[in-house]
Design a protein around this ligand. Sequence first.
Ligand code: NAD
Length: 294
Amino acid sequence: MRIGFIGLGNMGMPMARNLARAGHTVVGFDVVPSTRVGASEAGLDVVAGVSEATREADLLVTMLPEGRHVREVYLGDEGVLTSARPGTQLVDCSTIDVETAREVAARAHDHGLDLLDAPVSGGVGGAEAAGLTFMVGGSEAGLERARPALEQMGKTIVHCGSSGTGQAAKICNNLILGISMIGVSEAFALAEALGLDAQKLFDVASRSSGQCWSLTSYCPVPGPVPGSPANRGYQAGFTAAMMAKDLRLAQSAALAADVATPLGAEARNLYRLFSSKQGDLDFSGIVQFLRTRS
Ligand code: NAD
């Protein structure tokens, strides 16, 4: 296939590289010139605009920071919707608000185009290892057209339902993650103050009812899980700023749907405060922020 790929950042770059390795012709674009140079050095075919990346594509993938970027890239002058030829399958892998995902998909439909929302989990490591999980909202036919390429970037694909439900799954998952990371961090901070060794708490909680992914795969203190960001000075990974963004999305969705998420609201406040000071650090660095507050 000829695949257009727009947004070659931390996630987009390794995803595009995996598609190129699988034998597709990948035509990439990023708005930042130095990122385009890096992509070109990594062997991708890099072009100078959204329309060039889109025009001849069988499949067009976007991996952008936020909803406003997705609107700009799809709906702007010379954007994806005016440049794509009929039959091009569109897939947005960015994490954005459900409303924007649904609106842009509806506008694509008006142009005779099919757009899937397919946000991912697995982080940069998952993107590099082609081990991402895709949560897909949109048509079954669209998913079947995109599936071979998604399988070359990930391991798990879940069709969540109609347009926007992929984004709903992503923000609900990250609501769990954001809250659970704070819970695990509070427990380690308290253990330390009570004279309980971090490794001992890990040995107990990882085999008890406190067990969760934030503890056993991404432990926020150095030692128990050698691959976690805590062992490299909380270098991201998944930044605190990105977590604050996802919790903001969850809170606005909850407000619109009139659903009570009090812990989500508190978690959002804590990550927002933490990221206003150290937004580039990994979100698990919240453990240090909690220690400082106490
Ligand atoms: P990033 O900021 O590294 O990459 C985004 C890229 O999009 C940047 O290179 C930026 O220059 C480019 N861009 C912005 N506007 C553009 C435009 N108009 N045209 C072309 N390019 C444009 O972000 P990332 O870490 O790659 O994350 C991308 C998305 O994936 C986000 O929505 C994020 O929430 C989600 N996500 C990230 C992770 C992670 O661990 N980093 C994990 C899961 C999901």
